[in-house]
Design a protein around this ligand. Structure first.
Ligand code: GAL
Length: 666
C-alpha cells in the first residue's frame, strides 16, 4: 500500500512532452529526490483525445504504472484548460469573446468559453473517459480538475447565462433596478433581454452591473468545476477531488465560496517580489489557503496543499530572478509551517519548446547534474523528516479578505484610483508577520470562536449579516481593528448613507464626514511619529477616543486612529494607510490588549516563527530570512539535524529549524 502519511512532494509532470526513455530517467530521478506526488495530464487533452471520441490512453497507462511501481502517487488532472485544435474548429461558438467583442482563436491555452454548452459537453466527456479508466488505479491519490479557473467571456452563451443568473439572484427587474441604482444615467431596464454582459462601453460602467457579472462568472466557473467533480466522485468516492486556485485580485473567482466544494484546498503561489516581500507574500498565500480550508467547516484542521510554485526562479519586472541557494527549501518549509501538506512545483522537467520553455523546473535544461536538482534532492530528504508534524497551525488572530470588495474597489469611479483591497489585506497581514503574530485570513461571516482579534482591512462591501458579525464579535468581548473604506457600501455597492462607514459606525464609535485621498507620494504626519499614505478622512468621535491624530492641513488635530469600547470588547479604527512600523506597533498593541502574544517572543527581525500545536504535541518552525546567522530563544529537538536545544537555537544565514518542542511525544 502506498504510504500517504508522507508529505506531498513533486510537481507538474508532463510525460506527453517526452519519449518513453525519458520517463524511466524521470522516475529514477524522482526516487532519488524522494518525490511522493506528481500532477499528470494537466494539458494533455490533444494527446488523450486526438480526434473527437477517440482516446489514446496507452501512454498514460504506462506512465501511471511506472510511477506506481516507484511508489510515487499521482494527482491526475482533467485536461480541460487546453482544448485540442479540433475542438475549437468544430465549435467556433465555444471560443471566448473579450469585452471589446473580439472572438479569440486557438493558439494558446484556456481558449474556450466556460458557459458554452459544447465546451461543457466535451469537458464532461473527457472527464468521464478518464474516470472510467483510472478511478481505481492504485497510483491515484487525488483528482486535479482543470487548471487555475480564471478566464472570462462575453459571448452570447455567457450573456444568456448571465440573465438567468440575474433573474435567480434578484427575482424581478424592479429589485435589480433598485440594486444597481439604474435611475442614474438612464439605465432603467424594462426587459431582461436589455441586459448584457459589461462589454466595452462609452464611459464608466454601472458598479452593480460589474459586480454581479464577476459574481456570476465565479459561479459559472464553479459549476464547470462541480460538474467534473461529481463525475469523478461517482466513479470512486474514495478519491479526493480538488482544483488549483490561482491567486491574485484579478481572478474572477471567489475562492472562499469554492472551498466547500473541494476536498482539499490547493493553491498555486508565485511571489512577485525578489526581496523579503516574497516571503511575506508566501505567508499571506498560505494563511489565506488555510482560512479557505477552514471556511464553513467546524472540524477541518486547515490543511491545504501548495500545488504549484516555481522552484528556482522568481518572475518579476520583466525578467527571471534566480532564487539564492537554500531559498527553495526555506520557502517550502515555510509553507509546511503554515499548514501545507507538502510542496509541489511547476514543474518537474523543463520542456524543449512551447511557450513556457524557460519556466522554472526541478530538472532544468541542464539536466540532473545541476544545483537545482541537488537542492531538490535535499528538499525531498528534509520534507521526509517533517511528516510527523500534523498539528494545526496555532492562530488566534483573524484577518478578513473579500474578493467582492476587491472587485468593487477597482471601479474607476472611486475617489482614488489607488484603492486596492488586496494591498490593504497584505498590509495588515504584513504588519502581523513583522510582529511575529500568526493569523488566519478568513471569509467575512466565518465562525470566530478561538479568535481574539479580528482585523478588517478595507472591507468595502458589508451586508447586514457581516455588519452584525463584527458588532457581535466586539460586543461579546472580542477585539477588532477596522481600516478605512470598510462598511462604506452594501452588498450591491450602494453607499450607506448618514456618514461613513455606514455599516460599522456604532461599533467603532465614529462618523466619517469627508474623504481626502492622498497623492501618490504624499505622506501625512501623525502624532506619535507615524505617517499615513493613500488616504485620509474627516473622522468625528461619537463615543470613541483618538489614539493618534493628523498634524497638518485641513485635518490638523483630527483623529487618525481611534479606539472604542463597545459592549465587552474594543474596536480600533484606522483612517489612513499607516507606515509599516506604526502599523506593526498598533497591531502588536491591539493583540496584546486582546491577550495575543508573538509566537516566539525575542525572535530577531527577519526570522519567521510559526507554531503548530495540538493534542499530539507542539512544533516550532524557525526560518531565518536574513543573510546573517541568528539566535532565537527556543527549545526542542530539530527534526532536520536531530540536535536538541535547551534555551537558544542558532540558525545559519538563510537556515531553518523545525523544533519538536519539549513534552511532545516522539
Ligand atoms: C501557473 C500555471 C502553470 C504554468 C505556471 C508557469 O500559473 O498553472 O500551468 O503556466 O503558472 O509559471
Amino acid at each position: 500500500m502506498p504510504d500517504d502519511t508522507r508529505l506531498r512532494y513533486g510537481g507538474d509532470y508532463n510525460p506527453e512532452q517526452w519519449p518513453p526513455q525519458v520517463w524511466r530517467e524521470d522516475v529514477d530521478l524522482m526516487r532519488r529526490a524522494r518525490v511522493t506526488l506528481v500532477t499528470v495530464g494537466v494539458f494533455a487533452w490533444s494527446r488523450l483525445e486526438p480526434r473527437p471520441g477517440r482516446y489514446t490512453f496507452d501512454w498514460l497507462d504506462e506512465v501511471l504504472d511506472l510511477l506506481h511501481a516507484a511508489d510515487i502517487r499521482v494527482a491526475l488532472a482533467t485536461p480541460t484548460a487546453g482544448p485540442p485544435p479540433w475542438f475549437s474548429l468544430a465549435h467556433p461558438d465555444a471560443l471566448p469573446v473579450t469585452a471589446d467583442g473580439v472572438r479569440l482563436h486557438h493558439g494558446s491555452r484556456d481558449t474556450y468559453c466556460a458557459a458554452a454548452p459544447a465546451y461543457r459537453r466535451a469537458a464532461r466527456r473527457i472527464t468521464t473517459a478518464l474516470a472510467d479508466r483510472y478511478a481505481h488505479h492504485p497510483a491515484l491519490a487525488l483528482w486535479h480538475v482543470h487548471n487555475e479557473y480564471g478566464t472570462t467571456c462575453h459571448c452570447p452563451h455567457t450573456e444568456a447565462a448571465f440573465r438567468r443568473w440575474l433573474a435567480d439572484r434578484h427575482g424581478d427587474l424592479d429589485t435589480l433596478n433598485d440594486a444597481w441604482v439604474t435611475s442614474f444615467w438612464s439605465q432603467h431596464y424594462t426587459d431582461w433581454a436589455q441586459i448584457g454582459t459589461p462589454r466595452a462601453t462609452q464611459y464608466l460602467h454601472n458598479p452593480g452591473h460589474l459586480l454581479d457579472f464577476r459574481r456570476f462568472w465565479s459561479d459559472t466557473l464553479l459549476t464547470a468545476y462541480t460538474e467534473q467533480r461529481d463525475l469523478l466522485r461517482t466513479a470512486n468516492p474514495d478519491v479526493p477531488v480538488t482544483t488549483n486556485y490561482v491567486l491574485g485580485d484579478w481572478v474572477p473567482v471567489d475562492h472562499g465560496r469554492w472551498s466547500r466544494e473541494v476536498d482539499l484546498v490547493a493553491v498555486d503561489h508565485y511571489p512577485s517580489a525578489v526581496d523579503r516581500d516574497a516571503e511575506t507574500q508566501a505567508a499571506l498565500a498560505a494563511d489565506t489557503a488555510r482560512g479557505w480550508s477552514r471556511h464553513g467547516t467546524d472540524g477541518r484542521t486547515g490543511d491545504w496543499l501548495l500545488m504549484e510554485t516555481a522552484p528556482n526562479l522568481i518572475y518579476t519586472d520583466g525578467r527571471m530572478h534566480t532564487k539564492e541557494p537554500g531559498r527553495m527549501l526555506r520557502q517550502s518549509v515555510a509553507h509546511v509551517a503554515r499548514g501545507s501538506r507538502g510542496a509541489l512545483f511547476f514543474q518537474w522537467r523543463a520542456p524543449r519548446g512551447g511557450a513556457e520553455r524557460f519556466h522554472s523546473a526541478l530538472v532544468g535544461h541542464a539536466g540532473a547534474d545541476s544545483r537545482v536538482y541537488r537542492e531538490a534532492v535535499r528538499l525531498g530528504h528534509v520534507l521526509d523528516r517533517l511528516a510527523e508534524v500534523r498539528a494545526p497551525v496555532a492562530a488566534t488572530v483573524a484577518v478578513t479578505a473579500d474578493p467582492a470588495s476587491g472587485w468593487a474597489l477597482r471601479h474607476p469611479g472611486m475617489p482614488s484610483t489607488r484603492l486596492d483591497h488586496h494591498a490593504e489585506v497584505a498590509a495588515a497581514h504584513g504588519a502581523l508577520w513583522r510582529a511575529g503574530i500568526t493569523c488566519d485570513v478568513v471569509v467575512a461571516g466565518d465562525r470566530l470562536d478561538g479568535y481574539r482579534l479580528l482585523v478588517v482591512p478595507a472591507l468595502y462591501l458589508v451586508d447586514d449579516r457581516v455588519s452584525a458579525w463584527v458588532r457581535d464579535h466586539v460586543h461579546g468581548g472580542g477585539y477588532a481593528v477596522v481600516t478605512y473604506l470598510s462598511g462604506v457600501a452594501d452588498e450591491h455597492a450602494r453607499v450607506r448613507l448618514g456618514g461613513y462607514p455606514g455599516a460599522l459606525r456604532d461599533v467603532l464609535g465614529i462618523r466619517v464626514e469627508e474623504f481626502h485621498p492622498l497623492a501618490v507620494d504624499e505622506r501625512v504626519p501623525l502624532t506619535g511619529g507615524g505617517t499615513g499614505t493613500v488616504w485620509s478622512e474627516t473622522v468625528h468621535l461619537t463615543g470613541a477616543t483618538a489614539v493618534t491624530a493628523y498634524t497638518t492641513g485641513v485635518l490638523h488635530g483630527r483623529p487618525a486612529v481611534t479606539r472604542h469600547r463597545y459592549g465587552a470588547g474594543t474596536a480600533w479604527y484606522v483612517s489612513t494607510r499607516l507606515d509599516d512600523d506604526t502599523y506593526r506597533r498598533l497591531l502588536t498593541e491591539a493583540a496584546r490588549t486582546a491577550g495575543v502574544t508573538p509566537v516566539c517572543p525575542g525572535t530577531p527581525d527577519g526570522v519567521e516563527a510559526v507554531r503548530r500545536s495540538g493534542p499530539d504535541g507542539s512544533w516550532l518552525f524557525l526560518l531565518n530570512h536574513t543573510d546573517r546567522p541568528q539566535t532565537v530563544p527556543a527549545a526542542g529537538t530539530d527534526l532536520l539535524t536531530g540536535v536538541t536545544a535547551t534555551g537558544a537555537v542558532d540558525l545559519p544565514a538563510g537556515g531553518v529549524a523545525v523544533l519538536r518542542e519539549p513534552d511532545t511525544p516522539q
